[in-house]
Design a protein around this ligand. Structure first.
Ligand code: ASP
Length: 308
């Protein structure tokens, strides 16, 4: 059944068909805008608000570029300069901004569930896109990671993916697990120190590891995660040198993976903590490709929601 995209808060609620359609649409967008050198006018007259309550460079720029390449108007609302800093309620801010006639709100917030709250309070006709909420979801990252892998390894039935690092605090890991399992990946492995691993019940289909040498063995894709100190209790903070020895990706470890294993990272990268420069900048790294695909995936999402 065709699933129309009104809002995008998590990938959990999307059907496999809908995810595949978005990935296909991202490729159409890439070709239509000639890899970003041509502007389209598919969303002329539409207004998109970037409402970021957490700092972001990559994701916000990516959403902004996506909207502009589709011909939409973009407003950036930066919490640092807004009256929410003066204690204004989130929903008062929302209604004030909505009165300016918005078509979509792209929101990032440190509290999990904020995008769903906005969906409940937003005026009808305004779409909400989650650009990252707490440790819960980062759906466009999940989509762009799946797209990046699909471009190299289209048959997910043969795919073993390992996600390593601070899985517990990672919204990227959660959205990646949804994307890869919905698209039929053979195996998704989660690896990290016990203190930074989530409850196994949250990820019933995944395999859990605390030894990265074992987890990466034979993997086709290795997704490395940052230590998300901003969401950690101080007692969870590992010693960075010891962490790199146990969980960092260097060329010795990469050699344990399947031949040509794709190396990915959502950024920002911490070299020498979760990944060595020789790997981040090496021939198997797809990190910059992920960034490029992010714009096309976000164009696809905005187009699906807002095109008349
Ligand atoms: N940029 C990603 C996020 O917003 C990953 C990270 O910050 O480590 O979740």
């Amino acid at each position: 059944m065709f699933q129309r995209l009104r809002h995008l808060t998590t990938l959990e609620s999307l059907s496999r068909d809908c995810i595949e359609r978005l990935l296909d649409r991202a490729i159409t967008m890439r070709d239509a805008c000639a890899h970003g050198t041509r502007k389209l006018d598919l969303l002329n007259g539409r207004t998109i608000l970037n409402l970021f309550f957490e700092p972001s460079t990559r994701t916000r720029t990516s959403f902004e570029l996506a909207a502009r390449r589709l011909g939409a108007d973009v407003i950036n609302f930066d919490i640092g300069f807004s009256s929410t800093a003066k204690g204004e309620e989130l929903f008062d801010t929302l209604h004030t901004l909505e009165a300016m006639h918005l078509d979509a709100i792209v929101v990032r917030h440190k509290v999990s569930g904020t995008p769903d709250e906005l969906v409940r309070h937003a005026m009808s006709g305004v779409s909400v896109v989650n650009a990252g909420d707490g440790n819960r979801a980062h759906p466009t990252q999940g989509l762009l990671d799946a797209l990046t892998v699909r471009q190299h390894r289209p048959d997910f039935r043969q795919l073993t993916v390992v996600i390593c690092g601070d899985v517990k605090h990672s919204r990227v890991a959660r959205s990646d697990v949804h994307a890869f399992t919905k698209l039929g990946a053979r195996e998704v492995r989660l690896c990290g120190p016990t203190a930074l691993m989530p409850d196994q019940q949250e990820f019933p289909g995944c395999k859990f590891y605390d030894n990265f040498d074992q987890a990466i063995e034979g993997a086709d894709v290795a997704i490395m995660l940052r230590l998300q100190k901003e969401r950690m209790a101080s007692t969870d903070l590992p010693d960075e040198a010891a962490y790199f020895r146990e969980y960092g990706l260097d060329s010795r470890r990469l050699a344990l993976a399947a031949r040509g294993c794709m190396v990915m990272h959502p950024g920002p990268i911490n070299r020498g903590i979760e990944i060595a420069s020789e790997v981040a900048d090496g021939p198997q790294s797809r990190i910059l490709e992920q960034v490029g695909n992010g714009v096309f995936v976000r164009m696809a999402v905005l187009y699906e929601m807002l095109a008349r």
